[in-house]
Design a protein around this ligand. Structure first.
Ligand SMILES: *[C@@H]1O[C@H](CO)[C@@H](O)[C@H](O)[C@H]1NC(C)=O
Ligand SMILES: *[C@@H]1O[C@H](CO)[C@@H](O)[C@H](O)[C@H]1NC(C)=O
Length: 230
């Protein structure tokens, strides 16, 4: 550093063979040169970045098209299978799932609700039999049910579990209880139940109501029952 305002010794002209350039001009030139180098560097870096990005995008695209080709082949099955009218790529759930609805031809029992198999319900790695969803794979499941009803008394709605671990009575997992208005003595309402449970293979889930003839059944999707592994 310069001391006492004097320039440092090494900046003094050392008597080079070429004619000395005025200090201001050389400074400007040096600055311009530095700016050019910097610009060149920045442009190079930007171009390099673009080239690398292009490479990545190309590779990603190759990877994805390769993946989808192989997965559609797996789902389509063996080549000697006859071609079907359905789209070749069928998306299957990754875990067990079921979503059941009411239906016109469904006949409920007095307390246990039945569910439609005509409407091609979502039912994957779970079975349906006589009102019950049967678990095939042990795990944690979110279980839900919704019913619409019209009653003049108390209406109960519950999701029950029948398991081999407890022989005999079913275990209520979820329950709602709604009372009719004492004045109008009429109640039109909905009940939604949902919760997570650890379920074992061959466990049976079903929906119980206080009186299935009080369930409103205008639309199939008013009354639903489902479960999915989390
Ligand atoms: C269906 O379930 C009901 C109630 O749990 C039972 O009374 C009936 O016997 C069952 N029917 C068959 C065919 O298993
Ligand atoms: C169920 O509801 C029907 C129609 O409202 C009624 O006739 C029947 O007595 C009810 N059953 C019970 C057990 O409450």
């Amino acid at each position: 550093m310069a001391e006492g305002g004097y320039p440092p010794v090494y900046t003094v002209d050392s008597g080079t063979p070429w004619p000395p350039v005025p200090p201001r001009l050389s400074k400007v030139r040096r600055r311009a040169g530095a700016a050019q180098t910097l610009l060149f560097l920045l442009v190079s870096v930007a171009l390099c970045g673009m080239a690398i990005e292009a490479c990545f995008i190309y590779r990603l695209y190759q990877h994805e098209s390769g993946n989808s080709a192989s997965s559609s082949k797996v789902i389509a099955g063996e080549d000697d299978n006859p071609p079907t009218t359905r789209p070749s790529v069928i998306i299957l759930p990754s875990k067990p799932v079921a979503h059941l609805t009411d239906g016109q031809n469904v006949v409920h029992e007095k307390h246990i609700m039945a569910w439609s198999m005509d409407a091609d319900p979502l039912l994957y790695e779970m079975d349906y039999k006589n009102g019950s969803l049967l678990i095939q794979k042990e795990g944690f499941y979110y279980v839900y049910s919704k019913v619409s009803f019209s009653d003049t008394d108390v209406f109960y709605h519950s999701v029950e579990l029948k398991t081999k671990l407890y022989v005999g009575k079913s275990i209520p997992l979820l329950m709602s209880r709604k009372y009719s208005d004492k004045i109008s003595n009429k109640m039109r309402s909905n009940s939604y139940l949902g919760g997570v449970f650890h379920l074992h293979k061959d466990d049976a889930l079903f929906v119980k109501v206080s009186n299935s003839s009080k369930v409103r059944r205008y639309k199939s999707f008013e009354n639903i029952f489902g479960a999915y592994m989390i």
